[in-house]
Design a protein around this ligand. Structure first.
Ligand SMILES: Cc1cc2nc3c(=O)[nH]c(=O)nc-3n(C[C@H](O)[C@H](O)[C@H](O)COP(=O)(O)O)c2cc1C
Length: 188
């Protein structure tokens, strides 16, 4: 697949099945992540690979987090939380690991980590895999942050679910004129 076709046709895949990425494919995916643009070469990111039974531990963490907010959470909601990470063979947690820098604001560093997440998704598609970027409350909950081992400076940028797509839908077409304007400015 050529690069522009990949960029134009990429779609998210909410239902992801086995097989997940092989070890070699995961290496390719992480190499792409590590090529994200990065002002000041700060490398403001780290990644957690969660696969196999470790997904169950993440699910338990989600359920614990929800129970900490509502100790009367129904069994059904607890079960749903436990099953969230089972929606794909592999989940990558993209973490922005930012630090104060004299020239690079923290926002720019978080954007870089977001670019790394996008590179993961694009690399997955280039390899014929499917991907879905998810966040929700479980990306920001203190119980989850602690369970994932995040420091105070770190943020979950997203959970990237990876696997074999059940179905790949057609990418929607957008009207560029709705978003793109020519700017000429004024000569004074
Ligand atoms: C930062 C971020 C967080 C997201 N979180 C969720 C989420 O929690 N649940 C969800 O269904 N989609 C989420 N999305 C949107 C999907 O990843 C996806 O982009 C959207 O469904 C549109 O599909 P498309 O990528 O095929 O256009 C998120 C996207 C981004 C960039």
């Amino acid at each position: 697949m050529d690069a522009l076709t990949l960029l134009h046709d990429r779609v998210s895949c909410p239902v992801l099945l086995e097989p997940g990425p092989s070890k070699e494919q995961l290496e390719q995916i992480y190499q792409a992540a590590l090529r994200a643009p990065d002002h000041g070469a700060i490398r403001p990111w780290r990644f957690l690979t969660i696969e196999g039974d470790a997904r169950k531990n993440l699910g338990t963490l989600f359920s614990k987090a929800m129970l900490s907010d509502n100790e009367e959470l129904s069994q059904e909601r607890q079960e749903k939380a436990r099953n969230m990470p089972m929606r794909a063979p592999v989940v990558i947690v993209v973490v922005a690991a930012v630090k104060e820098h004299p020239k690079v604001p923290l926002l720019e560093q978080e954007i870089s980590a977001g670019c790394a997440a996008q590179n993961i998704i694009l690399a997955a598609h280039a390899l014929g895999l499917g991907a879905m970027w998810r966040t929700g409350d479980m990306a920001y909950h203190p119980v989850v942050r602690a369970g994932l081992g995040l420091s105070a400076e770190e943020t979950v940028i997203g959970y990237i679910y990876l696997g074999s797509p059940k179905k790949v839908r057609q990418a929607p077409q957008h009207n560029q004129a709705d978003y793109v304007q020519q700017w000429e400015g004024e000569l004074s």
